[in-house]
Design a protein around this ligand. Structure first.
Ligand code: HEC
Ligand code: HEC
Length: 209
């Protein structure tokens, strides 16, 4: 009953105890257990946890914005355990994870997308691995203030042929919770940066919130 909701207080108590014991064991001149206890507990355990998680993305919009630093430390996995196996046969479910526009621009029969990519459940998934099975919307707001909401399909792919003015901003939304890209971008070929490991400074895949 108590332990369930009190992990932080529990940690604070533990480190207070450790600080107090360490203090006594070292026989320092500090004879005030309450002051050594509070500096020990307020310092390391409480705040290092939160700065660790907010470290890399630093996009503190508040509200429902997810802070993703920790999840991008995960190993590569194909969470869906299902892959695209039909080579370059045209389909809205084709080649999840690969750079759609880069390939399409050299294929006369392929549609000309302005925006295209794939949303995954984790930060590092291999090419052709199917992504999230729907339920996520990619929201792109261009430099002219025009917004497009693109639902992802059953393999996580999304795409648009609507013209955009660059640079644009993008975020991924699920049930009102979102992950937003801080920087504006000038290419809509999202997977060209959001590769398995991430290129051009991207942290990895576009990850669902
Ligand atoms: C390696 C090349 C390649 C990649 C990568 C690729 N495509 Fe395609 N795509 C094609 C080609 C070629 C066609 C036209 C095929 C045809 O007409 O049979 C096509 C056609 C399509 C079509 C039209 C299908 C139809 O029914 O007419 C859609 C939608 C599509 N691609 C979406 C995507 C998306 C989304 C991505 C990225 C997640 C992607 N493609 C990645 C080569 C590619
Ligand atoms: C030229 C490279 C590039 C392209 C293209 C690009 N991104 Fe990004 N993206 C980044 C970089 C770098 C970051 C990390 C810094 C930031 O947030 O600006 C990022 C971060 C993100 C994040 C936040 C990641 C997280 O969870 O912390 C999302 C969501 C995202 N991008 C979505 C998209 C979408 C959707 C598209 C296409 C419409 C796209 N990106 C195109 C480089 C790119």
């Amino acid at each position: 009953m108590v332990s369930r909701s009190s992990s932080l207080p529990y940690v604070a108590v533990a480190s207070t105890t450790i600080a107090f014991l360490a203090c006594g064991g070292a026989s320092t001149t500090n004879t005030d257990p309450s002051s050594s206890g509070s500096s020990g507990s307020s310092g390391s355990s409480g705040s290092s946890g939160s700065s660790g998680s907010s470290g890399s993305s630093g996009d503190a919009d508040g509200g429902g914005t997810i802070d993703s630093g920790i999840e991008f430390a995960s190993a590569t996995v194909c969470t869906s355990k299902t892959m695209w196996t039909r080579a370059d046969r045209g389909s809205s479910s084709m080649h999840p994870g690969r750079a759609c526009i880069d390939c399409h621009s050299g294929e006369a029969r392929a549609p000309s997308f302005t925006i295209a990519g794939t949303v995954y459940p984790t930060g590092h998934e291999p090419d052709d691995c199917n992504g999230v099975a729907g339920g996520v919307t990619v929201v792109v707001t261009d430099a002219a203030g025009k917004t497009q909401s693109l639902p992802v399909n059953s393999v996580g792919n999304f795409y648009s042929t609507t013209a955009i003015t660059t640079p644009f901003h993008a975020k991924v939304v699920r049930n009102g919770v979102e992950r937003a890209m801080v920087a504006g971008q000038t290419t809509g070929d999202c997977n060209s940066c959001h590769t398995e490991k991430g290129t051009n400074a991207a942290p990895g895949r576009i990850m669902a919130p």
